[in-house]
Design a binder for this molecule. Structure first.
Ligand SMILES: [Zn+2]
Length: 324
């Protein structure tokens, strides 16, 4: 079958790739990082709710919505799919069962959430938390991913601020690798690796961007220039179980961090990606968000090694981002 929805495994790396023939129909990202859609043509603007699949959840529950969730019109994965796995020679495959939702993060057809009051980000993340908690009820979902693509070169096909949630029937290779490292540290020391990391960076100070209940820091070995990690200061395996207060702390940290990145780098495209403990592996895990500005190309070195080669030391990036 070369159409429909499948999750295929690369036998050489273990990477899972979501294939969905419906995605061929989706609008392609524009070439440049400028708004690609006028408000009157935007399916995410208020008044155009009929242009998207039906609302699954919204905030607030009544009156004008400030954030709205619905199924992706061009889903990579669907909850309606039958589960199943098989193989073909060296190749592994599971059916495209899972979930793929869109969260419109504000009413405004704005360029960026960081230009709007922080309350927009708070509502958007509270709704994301609620949707993830609900999606976990589906036992076929092994892992949940939240991400925001901002700008065409970060993969956004709509300019209206929005995020996505993907529920996967398998634990993706990168998430599995992160789980292994956090679990190994936990088994060896009895402590959480990300807790130790937060403690160390708070003491050391040079890579700290912003302190609080959610700490913002530039990671020791950034995968791209000006990468920022947002990590809860206290243990918290799943964002889907986070309190309102902690979600709001994340919103404030994300809003402030992306505002400062925009100021320093000329409003670049970026991806923000949440790491959430998978269903069956939470030992030593702490959820966190990684913000990756798209200021360098994915090049041969990155493809060859899975690592990165670039110019930006995190100590210098943090110094610049700390400045008010
Ligand atoms: Zn819009």
């Amino acid at each position: 079958v070369t159409h429909g929805r499948e999750v295929r495994r690369d036998p050489t790396t273990g990477a899972w790739v979501v294939l969905s023939s419906e995605r061929v129909a989706r609008p392609l990202p524009a070439r440049r990082d400028e708004p690609v859609t006028a408000p009157q043509d935007c399916p995410f603007c208020p008044g155009h709710e009929g242009a998207t699949p039906p609302t699954i959840a919204r905030l607030p529950a009544a009156g004008a919505w400030v954030a709205r969730a619905f199924a992706n019109k061009y889903p990579g994965l669907r909850v309606e799919e039958a589960a199943g796995a098989d193989g073909w020679g060296p190749h592994g495959r599971v059916r495209g069962v899972g979930a793929h939702e869109v969260i419109v993060e504000c009413r405004e057809h704005a360029r960026s959430l960081h230009d709007l009051p922080v309350e927009r980000t708070e509502a958007a993340l509270l709704l994301a938390r609620d949707r993830m908690a609900d999606l976990w009820q589906d036992r076929r979902i092994a892992a949940l991913h939240w991400f925001r693509n901002r700008g065409a070169s970060a993969g956004a096909s709509q300019s209206h601020p929005h995020a996505q949630i993907v529920g996967m029937p398998v634990v993706a290779e990168l998430l599995a690798t992160v789980c292994d490292h956090l679990a190994e540290h936990h088994a060896r020391t009895g402590r959480e690796l990300l807790g130790d990391l937060v403690d160390h960076e708070r003491r050391e100070g040079t890579r700290l961007v912003r302190d609080g209940d959610v700490v913002a820091l530039c990671p020791w070995a950034p995968a791209s220039p000006f990468e920022v990690w947002l990590i809860p200061a206290a243990p918290s395996p799943r964002f889907s179980e986070a309190s309102d207060a902690l979600v709001i702390a994340l919103a404030r940290a994300l809003h402030e961090t992306t505002r400062r990145i925009a100021r320093e780098l000329g409003d670049p495209a970026y991806n923000a990606v949440l790491f959430e403990a998978p269903r069956h592996a939470s030992a030593g895990f702490r959820w966190h968000v990684r913000v990756r500005p798209r200021v360098t190309a994915l090049a041969g070195f990155e493809l060859a090694t899975g690592g990165a080669m670039h110019h930006a030391f995190p100590e210098e990036a943090a110094r610049v981002l700390r400045a008010d």
